[in-house]
Design a protein around this ligand. Structure first.
Ligand code: PLP
Length: 428
C-alpha cells in the first residue's frame, strides 16, 4: 500500500460518488497528517481507531491464498512478520518521515541494530558519531567488531572534515541528532556532501543513518537533508506515555527492502499492542511536543541564570554552540537537555536529585512526565576535552506547569550551594 492509501476514504458511497480528488500526504501539513495517517475506516466498522490485531497463527482459505500471502512484505501471514496493526503504524510513520517504507520493531535499540545489520558486512569500515546512544556504541565495538567490521568514532562537530576519514570500504556513517547526553549537533548537509562526493570511489554508496528520536519527524526531517535511513526510539515521544517499548526505522525505496529483511532475520517484531499505542501517540505528538518545547525552554533559561549551573546543553538556547545549525535545520526542540553543574561533590549531586519531588528518577524520556538522571558522558569520551568540568545531570521536562517544575528545582538546588564556612569562635 502506498502512503497515499493511508488517508481515510470518504465515509459513504454517496459521498464517494460526489467526491473530488482528495488530499494526499504531499499536500497536507504535518498536524493534519498526524490526525489522519494510518487510519483505515473500512477495517474498523466505523470506529475512529484501528482494532488491535493480535496474532501468531493466520488462517488461509486455501494453499493458493497462503502462497499469495508469502509474496512481498505486506501479506499478513504470521504474527512475527507484523499484523495489520503494525502495518498501519509503519505506513503512518513512513509518511511522516517522507520515506517510502518503515518497519516497526520491538524497541528503539532494535531499530538501530536492524539498520546496522541491514547494511554492514565483515570487512566494512563504519564511521560512528561519538555522541550516539551508549548501548549502540557498545554494540558497534563488540558485536560488529567481532564480525570483522572496523569501527571508527568521530567527534559530532566534525562536519565536512569527515571527508578525510572516508575510505573505499566505508559502508555506513551513523549520526544522532543531537548527541545523547552532550547535545552537540551534526552539520548534516556538510556531512552528506562530503560522503556523496566520495561515493564514486566505493563499490556501493555509503549509507547515512541518523537517530531522530529527540526531535522526531515533526521537528527534523533527515531524509530531506540527504540522509538515507532514519531510526526512531518510538518508546519516547511517539508513544509518549512511558508505557510501551517500540522502535521504527524508515527509508526510501533503495534501502527499505534491506531494512525489512534485517528486521525479519533478527526476529525483532513489534507487539501489536505497542504498535497501537504508537499509532495513538502520533495523534497528539504535535501538541505534546510544542508543550515540551515551551516548558523546556522556560526551565532551561531559568537554570542558565542559576549560580550553581555552569552551562545548559539545549540546542534551542542561543548560548548553545550549535544553535545556528538548530535554527537552520530544525523546526523545534523537544523536552530533553543536560545541565553541567559547577564542580561539586557527587554526594551533593545525589542529594540534589533525591530531593526533587516532581522529577522522577529514571531512564528513558519522552513521556508526559518530568525526569532526572545523573549522566556520565559516553564511555570513551573525555569530559575534560569536551569542556565539561562539573557533573552532568539530564532533565526531561514534561507537560507539568513549568512554574511548579522551577519551584521544585529551586528547592533542590540548595543542596548544591557551598557549605557555609565554619564560624570562627563558635556559633552564637
Ligand atoms: C537517542 C536514543 N536512541 C535509541 C534509544 C533506545 O530506545 P529503546 O529504549 O526504545 O530501546 C534511546 C533510549 O534511551 C535513545 O535515547
Amino acid at each position: 500500500m502506498t502512503p497515499t492509501a493511508t488517508l481515510p476514504a470518504p465515509s459513504s458511497p454517496a459521498e464517494s460518488a460526489q467526491a473530488v480528488p482528495g488530499p494526499t500526504p504531499a499536500t497536507l501539513r504535518p498536524d493534519t497528517l498526524l490526525a489522519h495517517v494510518g487510519r483505515c475506516r473500512s477495517s474498523t466498522q466505523g470506529a475512529v481507531n484501528p482494532a488491535v490485531v493480535r496474532a501468531s497463527t493466520v488462517l488461509f482459505d486455501s494453499v493458493a491464498a497462503m502462497r499469495s500471502a508469502q509474496q512481498g512484505y505486506e501479506g499478513f501471514r504470521y504474527g512475527r512478520y507484523g499484523t495489520p496493526t503494525t502495518r498501519q503504524l509503519e505506513q503512518a510513520y513512513a509518511t511522516l518521515e517522507g520515506a517510502d517504507g518503515a518497519v516497526a520493531v520491538s524497541s528503539g535499540f532494535a531499530a538501530i541494530v536492524t539498520a546496522l545489520q541491514a547494511f554492514v558486512r565483515p570487512g566494512d569500515h563504519i564511521l560512528v558519531s561519538d555522541g550516539v546512544y551508549e548501548p549502540a556504541r557498545r554494540f558497534c565495538l563488540t558485536r560488529l567488531a567481532e564480525q570483522g567490521v572496523e569501527v571508527e568514532f568521530f567527534p559530532p562537530r566534525e562536519g565536512a572534515a569527515i571527508a578525510r576519514r572516508l575510505r573505499p570500504q566505508t559502508r555506513l556513517v551513523y549520526l544522532e541528532a543531537p548527541s545523547s547526553i552532550t547535545f552537540e549537533l551534526h552539520d548534516v548537509p556538510a556531512i552528506v556532501d562530503a560522503v556523496r562526493q566520495g561515493d564514486g570511489m566505493r563499490p556501493a554508496p555509503t549509507v547515512l543513518l541518523l537517530d531522530n528520536t529527540w526531535a522526531t519527524s515533526l521537528f527534523y526531517r533527515p531524509l530531506d537533508l540527504g540522509v538515507d535511513v532514519v531510526v526512531q526510539a518510538a518508546t519516547k515521544y511517539v508513544v509518549g506515555h512511558a508505557d510501551a517499548m517500540l522502535g521504527l526505522v524508515a527509508a526510501r525505496d533503495t534501502y527499505f527492502p534491506a531494512l525489512r529483511r534485517a528486521a525479519i532475520d533478527g526476529g525483532f517484531s513489534a507487539s501489536p499492542d505497542d504498535a497501537y499505542l504508537g499509532l495513538r501517540g502520533l495523534r497528539t505528538l504535535s501538541v505534546r511536543l510544542e508543550r515540551h518545547q515551551r516548558n523546556a525552554l522556560a526551565v532551561a533559561s531559568w537554570l542558565e541564570r542559576r549560580p550553581e549551573v555552569e552551562r545548559v546543553l539545549y540546542p534551542a538556547l542561543p548560548s548553545h554552540p550549535d544553535h545556528a545549525i538548530w535554527r537552520r535545520d530544525f523546526r523545534g526542540a523537544s523536552g530533553l537537555f543536560s545541565v553541567v553543574l559547577k564542580p561539586v561533590t557527587e554526594e551533593r549531586v545525589v542529594r540534589f536529585i533525591d530531593s526533587l519531588h516532581l522529577f522522577g528518577i529514571g531512564f528513558c524520556w519522552g513521556g508526559y512526565e518530568s525526569l532526572v538522571s545523573p549522566e556520565p558522558v559516553q564511555a570513551g569520551r573525555d569530559p575534560a576535552t569536551l569542556g565539561l568540568n562539573g557533573p552532568l545531570v539530564r532533565l526531561h521536562v514534561g507537560l507539568e506547569d513549568p512554574a511548579d517544575l522551577i519551584a521544585d528545582l529551586e528547592g533542590a538546588l540548595r543542596h548544591l550551594a557551598p557549605a557555609p564556612a565554619a564560624t570562627v569562635g563558635g556559633a552564637v
